[in-house]
Design a protein around this ligand. Structure first.
Ligand code: 3MF
Ligand code: MG
Length: 349
């Protein structure tokens, strides 16, 4: 790894080694066990794993507390044995029949309670896995048609839910992962700005930050490196999901840098300028193998993304800041553009 100000540790989630199903076709690869995924993580040079609550304890809703505790502790032991740590646990609030129309913003009080209870169980699991970080991707908090919910009320319902979790566990840190759409037509907390705003509405803003995903910023029509800068100015960028995205279409979770190297370069530039990771923040890679990828080669999206990160970090560290400063001083941004492109292409400037 090139000499850098940032301290980079990498993680991914079990869902990032997948069977390749998409909305138009079934699975094309066989299931890989959690133990095997941990082994792969270690072999590829990752230090941590991210979990949905039911990645750690499958079929969570049908299990009692003691069984959940037992299974979660077993996963912790597996992590220990592999020399990995859990970065966070995220409640999967978009799968159960109870969350068809949302979790905390469901129009039914009974179903909202399901989402609250489920999240508290996820907090318990996080404790068993020895992490105090919980990521909340607000997948179905939003609408398919505007008239079905009251926008202002949804925001307050999410605030109230977050407060309940902060009060439930005094060590808990919440990372909001915003996304503008998919599965819903329009998410109520749709961008990093919305998520940061939400954090200040809670009872303890110091314990609420954000996780930024490259593709989610792009889907909102925003530049991920600027979004990172925004969250970093608030000291609230506590994790990232690096990946890539080819324009405004479904969430692709392409390998990091595979669509736009310059956009990827700038994300690392912004992280490096902040010395990201010095306070323990992780670099998560939320990437998917292409459906066309064969079973035995379906981890290249992870190794490729890691390699691209390191190569681009090298480009960031070895960028000639003198040239950059000169161009800025002369307000010659066309020359700066040429320098950056030469630098990225490895051409003599
Ligand atoms: C959705 C996502 C999710 C979240 C994950 C953890 C499946 O677009 O990015 O990945 O990252 O649920 O919060
Ligand atoms: Mg993500």
């Amino acid at each position: 790894m090139p000499k850098s100000r940032g301290k980079y540790r990498f993680s991914f989630g079990p869902w990032n080694i997948s069977e390749g199903a998409d909305p138009f076709g079934p699975e094309v690869r066989t299931h890989v066990s959690l133990a095997k995924k941990m082994r792969i993580a270690k072999e590829l040079g990752f230090d941590g794993m991210q979990f949905h609550d039911d990645d750690a304890v499958p079929d969570l809703d049908s299990k009692v507390a003691s069984q959940i505790a037992r299974e979660a502790k077993r996963v912790k032991k597996m992590l220990d044995d592999e020399g990995l740590v859990a970065e966070f646990v995220a409640p999967r609030l978009w799968f159960a029949p109870e969350t068809i129309d949302g979790g905390y913003t469901n129009n039914s009080a009974k179903l909202r309670q399901y989402a609250i209870d489920r999240t508290k169980t996820a907090i318990e699991i996080a404790n068993y896995l020895d992490t105090n970080s919980m990521v909340i991707w607000l997948a179905r908090e939003g609408t398919y048609i505007r008239e079905s919910k009251v926008a202002r009320k949804q925001v307050l319902q999410i605030r109230d839910a977050l407060n309940e979790f902060l009060n439930y566990d005094s060590r808990l840190r919440i990372l909001i992962e915003p996304k503008p759409n998919e599965p819903v037509d329009s998410a109520i907390i749709s961008t990093i700005g919305h998520a940061v705003g939400m954090s200040y509405m809670t009872d303890d803003p110091a314990r609420v930050g954000v996780l930024l995903e490259t593709a989610h910023s792009l889907l909102a029509g925003l530049d991920p490196s600027d979004d990172m800068g925004y969250a970093l100015a608030h000291d609230k960028l506590w994790s990232v999901h690096l990946n890539d995205q080819g324009g405004l279409k479904f969430d692709q979770d392409k390998s990091f840098g595979s669509n736009n190297l310059r956009v990827a370069f700038n994300q690392i530039r912004v992280l490096e300028e902040y010395a990201f990771g010095q306070s323990g923040e992780w670099i998560g890679l939320d990437v998917k193998a292409m459906r066309t990828q064969k079973q035995e080669r379906a981890t290249k999206h992870l190794s490729n993304s890691l390699q691209t990160f390191k190569f681009l970090l090298d480009k960031v560290v070895n960028m000639d800041q003198k040239v950059v400063n000169q161009c800025i001083a002369q307000r010659d941004y066309d020359e700066l553009d040429r320098y950056i492109l030469c630098h990225l292409m490895g051409k003599r400037y």
